[in-house]
Write a protein that binds this ligand. Structure first.
Ligand code: COA
Ligand code: HC5
Length: 635
């Protein structure tokens, strides 16, 4: 998706697209009783606009390890011009500061727009992450239904905390975080447009939804999950309802309309337009969009060896495995889809526009814990209404779009190589015992792995949370630094002493941790630079040269796109690369082991998922060995 960001930053977004305020992803306010949530939100600071000179200086430093010297010289000149007193930079900076004074968050609406809603590549693989739960203890339809029923009950239990505004406030580095994203993930959905998409959130409507959608054998059903008196259905009652759904859809449909949501957004926008001209279709689509979430009851995976089970599970969560497996058993526009496979493979897929990973993971951690408790409440099951099947009138044109979508999805599924690597040699306990930030340690291992494979450093993206600020989303931690470059270049150099290597590792880890602190406190460079560029577009000024500069494009060409997403449950999270010759690397460091999911495109000759995974493992082991073998004076 940052592929798109790089494209947008390169000037391909139409100015008019950015001028309109993003009205569909609204701050939570209307209709909600001013309760705990609002008073908490009010107490949060607004996102700062960093000083212009600071960003320009830090930008040049960030370019040093990834851009050639002659290009750097050129960029330095452009930046001098840009920062001149009374120049364009100052004007845009003032504009941004004005915007910051007038809005809840100067960045968030812009960000959702350019990073997600204007991005036209399919959401599947290119934007929506997958999450794999530990394998569940069932292997048949009955087990699948029983677990799915408990899962629904668990989500409803979490939803009560959202509805009552009793979610415990989260903290990062001792500071309270913005909780807004929790209010955006249920009852919401992305809607395709002809040129740009939007997001609707029905949780804020006067009559909030009371149903979920269930998809089984590519057929959609509406399942009411609350009784008339507002109490949720019990797990037993949900079980009975899910059984009815499965009985009513014994065979895979030949019209998997859900696969349409895997299309390129422009194509899907067009298809959506014609699909929803029909009243029945419009009603069916609307019921999916308004549902609290979607539950996908997947068919069992084709037989794979024990070794490749984890990779197959990641694929199932990321894209469903292709049209002949489960890709049609989804509505990828839906913000939250839980996936329960007949063979015990479970997880989720989520559409990224409304929220970051951590709130989704917190919800899932809660649900998993809930499903482990024994069912206590029973409830009558006799008088429950039959879940309603959603009908679609599929014209010959739509059928053709379905066939096209199947074929593009299968090409993408074929091309994406995802591997799960459970690193079991040690966990975050080891870097901690060496007084190093585990996240920085892992990022340096990744830098070393990439350098060993390619003999160079590359622009590297790591997500940093901006949730210390009201409605904060993310900024970029640039993991390739001068310090990381010095470390990786020295590591395999036989002429260097181990003490020197340890020293370089410590410096690189410290530099990374200090970039992280800068990013989470709103002082990183990437969103500020993007803001300055968008401000120029907003003021109908020509885009400053610094943003059409080749170095800027290189800085945004993230061959390594990475993110740490920790969870209580032993989950594996995954996402696709953001550039054709790049890698997606998501990791979940637990105390005694770490889960990694690495992805790349098989069609690219310069990348290899298996090789990077092995190089990562080796780098982590080698770094620990170096530390173990080198006495350190300071400790
Ligand atoms: N010595 C000993 N222990 C240390 C240490 C050191 N020098 N530095 C850090 N630690 C400890 C921390 O106290 C922490 O302890 P805990 O396990 O008890 O919580 C642990 O090591 C982890 O710290 P660290 O590895 O430095 O990372 P972090 O937890 O601060 O996370 C980010 C760093 C960048 C991942 C985090 O700031 C962030 O922004 N997270 C959100 C990312 C996100 O949104 N991802 C999804 C995007 S959709
Ligand atoms: C369930 C795990 C989700 C992780 C998703 C994630 O990290 O998304 C990043 C969001 C951001 O704004 O940094 C984007 N990225 C996948 C391209 C790193």
């Amino acid at each position: 998706m940052w592929g798109i960001c790089s494209r947008t930053v390169l000037g391909m977004v139409k100015p008019c697209a950015l001028m309109k305020p993003c009205h569909l992803v609204k701050p939570v306010s209307a209709g909600r009783v001013a309760g705990r949530y609002l008073s908490h939100q009010k107490g949060l600071p607004g996102l700062p606009v960093p000083p212009l000179q600071q960003t320009c200086q830090r930008y040049i430093t960030a370019l040093e390890p990834i851009v050639e010297e002659d290009e750097l010289k050129h960029t330095r000149k452009l930046l001098e011009e840009f920062q001149k007193p009374g120049g364009l930079g100052e004007r845009l900076q003032r504009g941004l500061e004005r915007r910051a004074r007038r809005s809840e968050n100067w960045l968030s609406d812009w960000w959702v727009q350019v990073a997600y809603l204007d991005y036209r590549m399919p959401v599947v693989v290119h934007s929506s992450p997958g999450l794999v739960l530990p394998h569940m203890d069932f292997t048949d339809k009955q087990g699948q239904i029983r677990f799915a029923a408990k899962l629904i009950a668990g989500v409803l239990d979490f939803k009560t905390m959202i509805d009552n505004e009793t979610l415990p406030v989260e903290y990062l580095g001792g500071k309270p975080l913005c909780m807004n994203q929790y209010y955006e993930v249920l009852s919401s959905c992305r809607i395709p447009g002809l040129k740009r998409d939007s997001v609707v959130n029905h949780a804020k409507s006067s009559v909030p939804p009371k149903h979920i959608t269930v998809v089984h054998n590519f057929q959609f059903f509406v399942l009411d999950v609350y009784h008339g008196d507002g109490s949720p259905l019990t797990a037993d009652q949900l079980c009975v309802q899910l059984e009815k759904i499965c009985k009513a859809s014994p065979q895979a449909s030949t019209q998997p309309v859900g696969i349409l949501t895997t299309q390129h957004r422009d194509s899907w926008g067009k298809t959506y337009h014609s699909l929803t001209r029909d009243k029945t279709n419009q009603e069916s689509v609307s019921l999916i969009q308004r549902s609290i979430f979607t539950l996908c009851l997947d068919s069992a995976r084709p037989h794979t060896s024990q070794d490749s089970y984890r990779n197959a599970a990641a694929v199932q969560m990321l894209h469903g495995g292709g049209s002949s497996w489960n890709s049609g058993n989804r509505w990828f526009d839906k913000t939250l889809q839980f996936i329960v496979g007949e063979d015990g493979t479970c997880g989720a897929n989520y559409e990224h526009a409304p929220a970051e990973g951590p709130p989704i993971v917190a919800l899932i951690d809660h649900v998993v814990e809930y499903t482990r408790k024994p069912v206590t409440e029973r409830g009558h099951t006799a008088s429950l209404p039959t879940p309603q099947k959603l009908h679609f009138n599929v014209t010959a044109d739509i059928q053709k779009d379905i066939e096209d979508a199947k074929s593009s999805m299968d090409t993408l599924a074929q091309d994406l190589d995802v591997k799960v690597m459970v690193f079991s040699h040690f966990g975050k306990n080891v870097p901690k015992s060496y007084k190093m930030s585990p996240d920085a340690f892992i990022q340096m291992a990744l830098q070393l792995a990439f350098y060993r494979m390619h003999q160079r450093c590359c622009a590297t993206y790591e997500s940093a949370s901006l949730r210390m600020f009201r409605r904060g989303r993310t900024d970029t931690i640039r993991s390739a630094s001068n310090a990381s470059a010095a470390f990786v270049k020295a590591f395999d150099d036989p002429t260097r002493q181990n003490t020197e290597k340890v020293d370089l590792l410590e410096k690189a880890v410290k530099a990374h941790r200090s970039y992280t602190n800068m990013a989470i406190s709103g002082q990183a460079i990437d969103r500020h630079l993007l803001g300055l560029k968008l401000q120029a577009v907003d003021e109908k000024l020509s885009v400053p040269d610094v943003f059409t500069d080749a170095a800027y494009a290189q800085a945004l060409h993230y061959r390594l796109s990475t993110s740490q997403v920790p969870s209580k449950t032993d989950c594996v999270m995954c996402f696709g690369p953001v550039v054709p010759n790049g890698y997606g690397v998501c990791y979940n460091p637990m105390s005694e082991h770490m889960n990694f999911a690495v992805s790349s495109f098989s069609s690219c000759e310069d990348t290899n998922t298996g090789e990077l995974s092995r190089a990562m493992e080796q780098a982590l082991v080698d770094m620990k060995t170096l530390l173990d073998q080198t006495p350190r004076a300071k400790l």
